[in-house]
Design a protein around this ligand. Structure first.
Ligand SMILES: Nc1ncnc2c1ncn2[C@@H]1O[C@H](COP(=O)(O)OP(=O)(O)O)[C@@H](O)[C@H]1O
Ligand SMILES: Cc1cn([C@H]2C[C@H](O)[C@@H](COP(=O)(O)OP(=O)(O)O)O2)c(=O)[nH]c1=O
Length: 920
């Protein structure tokens, strides 16, 4: 975890960064990495300085009670981690899309800008907002820079981590110095007195600006084609990792311990501000404490890899946790700044050792295929734990508050919530350490002091430790005197590994596991063989060489668990100590014979030779004592002592069991220890893979279902848009058609008026001529043509003086607008007025009424036929003869009624309402 709260394991990048193996790319890139380092250092330094200054600002701005200060500090610390917990994948994906250099520069410039606003605005609320922004930008920077380093120099990842963490104590000391300087300048510049942290904030902004400048000149590689990174959410890392870890008890113990250490670190981080304040050390003291913890951490991490091999790393892990807890308890109980700083170094160192050891053991405990997932889980879980603790610790401290105990009137002891919480955390860490020690102890038969003494006195060459196991399988050896129960335990162990754990198991033994070995065994053990000690040692080594080559290695290569009844230690004990040859020479002989194949675990069944002799005697299946069994008791005593000495030299890869216990009890102890070296079995792996595949599959199914829904949604929307466009288009066409028809109608109307006028003129002239010709009175009333049904025309009055018909005025049509001359009317010859004018038959579909529908009764025409087609087609309706003007009753009006504005009638005469009917 860096100051940004981002753990490098959170990012799983494809490409060479995984392997950590230098490649040719590394050689080329070693130079560029050197030039990349200043930018890395400056930004990390600024990040740490910013973190300290922001925490100190929170304490300053809270400016109130103990509780308020604690809560403000808790607030900024927790908010600082929130982006790392919640936004990891989002920011990671964003960083992937950006140019890395641009990402780094942008993150630095923006962080400088945000930091500057903190002293300028001087508000706690803004400080909270700024903290989240700083957290998110730090995440962006880490994503970009981490990816750049992975691409630039994968093998320099350690140096990258050293720079990002190594700058922490430097930043803490600079922070202390600036806080002191601020106090000195206080007299000169008034504002610094009120806000002593401001100087550190401005320095931090400056450092970010410098970092941006350095980044702009640094060689930051772009993405290589095909390079991809996977950003997993914290929740997913935790859920999948938890399943993996829960199946490996050692991993579970280690992870619990490491998370406990993280929790303790969180308590210290969150509360040291108020703790230091109570000691009267102020901000400079805070910086010193911070630097002390990180200094210790660096020492612990460095020392972790140099610890003597003889010490069991499992025990070391538990012990370092316990010691860290004790240091923390001391800090809580001794209210003195100098002591606190010294103890903090010890606390950090123990934390560093615990982390280093735990990390290494966790890597060994889990299978290659799940290692990266395991570390992702650890990173994600530690972030969540830190977040919870950072939020919880100060609340707890605030609740506890400050207390002063009065012993006498003059002697009082002040105690505050922060120190109390330190104490609680210390107890938690010690308890976790003890639990880890007990659960992970790989030397139940050997006391710790005994182990430490053995470590001190162990001289001479030790059995070479296993070079990093390169086989997928695991090699376990059972050792002990004759009749100690090795064959019995090997059989029981094999059954359990096979049937219960689902492993491929190979049970084998020395001497005599191969056809050649059987012949050698015969030579070695038959009582008639006359062999010198060296010849005996060489033959055992020869059998072993062939055994390893023919049986053991091939099985390990294919991932089996190989359990052998006797191995190198037997030679060292029997030929070395028993036959009194040089144990080291005997050992080297076997190391050469086996090409340094060392078991991952050797189980020593330790029992008094007298007991095993009795057992052998009782065992009817054994055909009497062989050449070696029959040797004197002191020979077997020397053998037993040598076995124990060998186990003490490398206790971490031995389990010494009291073989005098019952066979089942012994088996139980063996299984517990063997579990710790077991990989995930093929069966278990298949189950896990199946579950993961199921999860992936269901995720894919969900994703494809979502994509399908989205696609359908898009289709629907597109169709709707198209339909709307078509509707709009048909509406437009209808409108155009209606306009065109109205125009035609108007033209026809004009033509009709014209022809009517002509005809009337002709009529008038004809009647004038007729009047002049007859001069007689007209007695018959002239029936004026009612052109339309229901339109009654009044009888024309005769001239009272002449008795003549008055000069015929043009017939006034009652509804001018609705007049529609028939085609034949237009060109009809002058009518014979003596004949009644033929009234044209009303069209069956025509019905008229006047505008003032009430005054003129509407004649009952045939009812309009209901359209059988519900789809109303206005274009077709409008193609009905233009004089089919229908003014419906209001309750007859329906959605098929179209009201059109007639250009001729509107607006003077009002709209002409027309109803079109479909002609079916
Ligand atoms: N824990 C035990 N307690 C009592 N008897 C045992 C125990 N383990 C094994 N035996 C018996 O001791 C005899 C020797 O055991 P064996 O497994 O053959 O020893 P080894 O292979 O070490 O020579 C057998 O008869 C076995 O049944
Ligand atoms: C493998 C090995 C066995 N031995 C001896 C120990 C045993 O007495 C004998 C073979 O033992 P083993 O068949 O395992 O007998 P037991 O079941 O009684 O333990 O060979 C050596 O002296 N050196 C060796 O390197």
């Amino acid at each position: 975890m860096t100051a940004s709260g981002q753990h490098e394991n959170g990012r799983r990048e494809a490409g060479p960064s995984h392997t950590g193996v230098p490649d040719q790319h590394h050689d080329v890139a070693a130079g560029p990495f050197r030039r990349f380092r200043p930018a890395l250092g400056a930004s990390s330094f600024a990040d740490w300085l910013g973190l300290l200054a922001v925490i100190a600002s929170a304490a300053t701005l809270a400016d109130g009670s103990y509780a308020k200060t604690n809560l403000a500090v808790a607030g900024v610390l927790a908010l600082r981690l929130v982006p790392a917990v919640l936004l990891g994948p989002v920011v990671g994906a964003l960083a992937d899309r950006m140019n890395r250099k641009v990402g780094m520069i942008a993150a630095d410039v923006l962080r400088a800008a945000v930091i500057v606003t903190v002293p300028l605005l001087g508000s706690l609320t803004w400080l909270y907002v700024a903290t989240v922004l700083l957290g998110a930008l730090a995440l962006l920077w880490t994503s970009a820079a981490g990816a750049a380093v992975a691409a630039l120099a994968p093998a320099d990842r350690r140096r990258y981590l050293a720079i990002t963490y190594g700058t922490a104590p430097v930043a803490a000391l600079v922070f202390s110095a600036l806080s002191l300087l601020s106090g000195v300048l206080d007299n000169a510049v008034a504002t610094l007195g009120t806000h002593p942290v401001d100087l550190a904030l401005y320095a931090c902004a400056l450092a970010f600006a410098v970092s941006a400048g350095l980044a702009s000149r640094a060689p930051v590689p772009g993405r290589r084609p095909g390079e991809s990174a996977e950003h997993e959410s914290v929740i997913r890392s935790i859920t999948t990792g938890r399943q993996l870890i829960s199946s490996v008890p050692v991993a579970r113990g280690l992870v619990t311990g490491m998370l406990g250490a993280f929790a303790a670190a969180g308590f210290v981080l969150g509360l040291s501000q108020t703790y230091v304040h109570d000691l009267g050390a102020g901000q400079p003291g805070y910086g010193v404490l911070f630097a002390a913890v990180f200094l210790g951490l660096a020492l612990g991490l460095a020392a972790g890899s140099r610890l003597p091999d003889g010490l069991s790393p499992f025990r070391l892990f538990g012990l370092s946790l316990i010691t860290a807890g004790l240091f923390l308890a001391a800090i809580a109980l001794i209210p003195n700044m100098v002591m606190a700083a010294l103890l903090a170094v010890g606390l950090g160192a123990c934390g560093g050792v615990a982390w280093n050891t735990g990390h290494t053991l966790l890597g060994l405990a889990v299978d290659d295929s799940v290692r990266s997932r395991t570390f992702s889980f650890l990173a994600a879980a530690s972030r969540v734990v830190l977040l919870l603790v950072l939020a919880l610790g100060p609340v707890l401290a605030a609740v506890i508050g400050r207390h002063t105990i009065h012993f006498t009137d003059s002697r009082t002891l002040s105690y505050n919530g922060a120190a109390f919480v330190f104490l609680i955390a210390a107890v938690l860490v010690v308890a976790l350490g003890l639990a880890a020690y007990r659960r992970l102890d790989d030397r139940p038969g050997t006391g710790l002091l005994q182990e430490l003494r053995a470590l001190r006195s162990s001289r001479g060459p030790r059995p070479a430790d296993a070079p990093r196991p390169t086989y997928p399988g695991v090699f376990v050896a059972l050792e002990g005197g004759d009749g100690s129960g090795k064959s019995t335990q090997a059989r029981l162990l094999g059954d359990w590994l096979r049937s219960d754990q689902g492993h491929d198991v190979v049970l084998t033994r020395e001497p005599g596991a191969t056809p050649a070995g059987v012949r050698l065994r015969e030579v070695l053990l038959s009582n008639g063989s006359d062999l010198g000690n060296r010849a005996e040692a060489l033959l055992f080594a020869a059998d072993r060489a062939h055994h390893v080559e023919a049986v053991v290695r091939p099985a390990l290569e294919r991932g089996a668990i190989v359990v052998t009844d006797r191995y190198i230690d037997s030679s060292v004990a029997y030929q070395g100590a028993g036959r009194e040859l040089d144990g080291d020479e005997v050992l080297r002989l076997s190391q050469w014979a086996t090409d340094d194949l060392v078991p991952a675990l050797t189980v020593l069944l330790d029992v008094d030779p007298v007991i095993s002799k009795v057992r052998r005697a009782r065992d009817a299946s054994r055909g009497g004592e062989d050449r070696l069994e029959s040797l004197a008791d002191d020979f077997h005593d020397r053998v037993r002592a040598e076995f124990l000495a060998l186990a003490r030299r490398a206790p971490h890869r031995y389990l010494v069991v009291d073989a005098g216990l019952g066979a089942d009890q012994v088996q139980q102890l063996i299984r517990e220890r063997v579990r710790q070296v077991l990989p995930v079995s093929a069966r278990r792996r298949a189950e896990l893979n199946e579950r993961l595949a199921d999860e992936d599959q269901s995720r894919e199914r969900r994703a494809s279902a979502e994509a399908e829904v989205l696609r359908m949604d898009a289709d629907l929307r597109r169709r709707r848009v198209e339909e709307a466009r078509e509707r709009e288009e048909s509406r437009r066409r209808a409108r155009d058609e209606a306009e065109r028809q109205l125009q035609e109608e108007a033209e026809r109307e004009l033509r009709a008026q014209e022809s009517r006028r002509n005809r009337e003129e002709v009529d008038r002239r004809a009647s004038e001529a007729a009047a002049a010709a007859t001069l007689g009175p007209v007695t018959e009333p002239v029936q004026m043509p009612g052109r339309y049904p229901g339109h009654r025309v009044a009888e024309p009055p005769t001239d009272p003086l002449t008795g003549h018909l008055p000069v015929q005025e043009p017939v006034q049509e009652p509804i001018q607008e609705s007049f529609e001359p028939q085609e034949q009317d237009l060109w009809a010859p002058p009518a014979d007025l003596t004949q009644p004018v033929q009234t044209p038959q009303a069209q069956p579909y025509e019905t008229f009424e006047s505008y003032e529908g009430e005054t003129n009764p509407v004649p009952q025409g045939p009812p309009p036929s209901e359209p059988s087609d519900p789809q109303y087609q206005p274009e077709q309706d409008l193609q009905a003869p233009p004089h089919t003007v229908y003014l419906p009753d209001d309750d007859q009006a329906d959605d098929r009624t179209i009201v059109l504005l007639d250009s001729e009638n509107s607006p003077e005469t009002g709209p002409l309402r027309r109803r079109g009917r479909r002609q079916t």
